[in-house]
Design a protein around this ligand. Structure first.
Ligand code: NAP
Ligand code: GDD
Length: 344
């Protein structure tokens, strides 16, 4: 019997990598996409060209994580063995602008799926896309499954709700429901307004003289950045483990945004000269052109300064470890961007 997976958030960065992984493993994959006035399937359209996929094994359905009726109907119709909830308003800064919508999608969306599972088939396994943002103002270092949460944005507060409702349904209804607590993971398919993609794209365009300047916010925040391709493998492993548990997935290495900028510049052979402090900090090129400036509008009302995880539990029990370090990630992102720019 072929295994059936249902992915909420299939059109996103992780949805695209997870779909490819599951199809390669022989799953039938159903994905939920939102109706939008412009195309939102660019990250998954080329999957149909892949030699490993039979068209009928990958099926898309219209639905929305804020709409309980569509969730219930899709789960009932597709009869999945595994559900991956990747759907979210995933931008932390945007969550301060649309807090009510973010809570509806990111917190109650998980509840809606869990509640449909107990009504339709409590044997369905469930993966909740939890986030290192839940650690927020970090209470210990490095962060593990036991570190208390201290969320710092409507996004993170919503993810904490989704985390605990997943634990609660697991304990109350004996569901195979798991939380992945994933640290930042990036790729060529990363959304354009996240900082790594913004930096890689901006510096590639500056290098090719298609753009003059890049504007950023807090470049002293530190993150534990991995590659999305590695992290979707962890999601799958979490649902294959003998019992439902919660897992930290990270690299254990930390860089500041400024270090990330410098690594990208080095890879592009762009020399950067930094000067000034705070909002006046700037980076100049060899020809003394201002390339990077800091703008207040990119700062958040409350910041998460310092994330670094410890994935010892996943390494030991899931036999998972990251295969791509920060340099491999940056090279992958740069190569993709330069290829895209060559078509412009
Ligand atoms: P992403 O690229 O922003 O993708 C989010 C997906 O959710 C997209 O398919 C989006 O659809 C969909 N979506 C948003 N609102 C929806 C709604 N109301 N109904 C149905 N679908 C909706 O995010 P990602 O980086 O792939 O992350 C996947 C998940 O992991 C998210 O839940 C995110 O919060 C979480 N996470 C991400 C990271 C990371 O570093 N990437 C780390 C920890 C946790 P559209 O394409 O139509 O917008
Ligand atoms: N987006 C953005 N844009 N961030 C900037 C900028 C900028 O111009 N300048 C500095 N930053 C800083 C942010 O303030 C933050 O401290 C850091 O760069 C990373 O920002 P993002 O790339 O937007 O990611 P994030 O860490 O806030 O959230 C991502 O990772 C979470 C996991 O920890 C998202 O993918 C979340 O969905 C995910 O849960």
């Amino acid at each position: 019997m072929k295994r059936i997976a249902l992915i909420f958030g299939v059109t996103g960065q992780d949805g695209s990598y997870l779909t490819r992984l599951l199809l390669k493993k022989g799953y039938i994959v159903h994905g939920v996409k939102r109706r939008s006035s412009s195309l939102n399937t660019s990250r998954i359209d080329d999957i149909y060209q892949e030699p490993f996929i039979k068209k009928k094994n990958f099926v898309l359905h219209y639905g929305d994580i804020t709409d309980g009726t569509s969730i219930f109907d899709i789960i009932k119709k597709t009869k999945p063995n595994e559900i991956y909830n990747l759907a979210a308003q995933s931008h932390v800064a945007v969550s301060f602008k649309i807090p009510e919508y973010t809570s509806n999608a990111d917190a109650l969306g998980s509840l809606r799926i869990l509640d449909s599972i107990i009504k339709i088939n409590p044997k369905i396994k469930f993966y909740q896309a939890g986030s290192s943002e839940m650690y927020g103002k970090v209470q210990s270092f490095p962060q593990t499954e036991k570190t208390p949460f201290y969320p710092r944005s409507p996004y993170a507060v919503s993810k904490v709700y989704a985390h605990w409702i997943t634990v609660n349904y697991r304990e109350s209804y004996n569901l195979f429901a798991c939380n992945g607590i994933l640290f930042n993971h990036e790729s060529p398919l990363r959304g354009e307004t996240f900082v790594t993609k913004k930096i890689v794209k901006g510096l590639c365009r500056i290098k090719l003289k298609k753009q003059k300047k890049l504007y950023l916010g807090n470049i002293y925040a530190k993150r534990d950045w991995g590659h999305a391709e590695d992290y979707v493998e962890a999601m799958w492993k979490i649902l294959q483990y003998k019992k439902p548990e919660d897992w930290v997935i990270c690299t254990g290495k930390q860089y500041s945004v400024k270090q990330f900028i410098n690594l990208v510049a080095k890879n592009l052979n762009l020399k950067l000269f930094w000067s000034g402090e705070g909002l006046n900090e700037k980076a100049y090129s060899e020809k003394n052109e201002k390339i990077i400036e800091i703008k207040k509008e990119y700062f958040r009302p409350a910041e998460v300064e310092n994330l670094k995880g410890n994935a010892a539990k996943a390494k030991k029990h899931l036999k998972w470890k990251p295969t791509k370090n920060i340099n491999a990630l940056i090279k992958d992102m740069i190569n993709f961007e330069l290829k895209e720019l060559s078509y412009e």
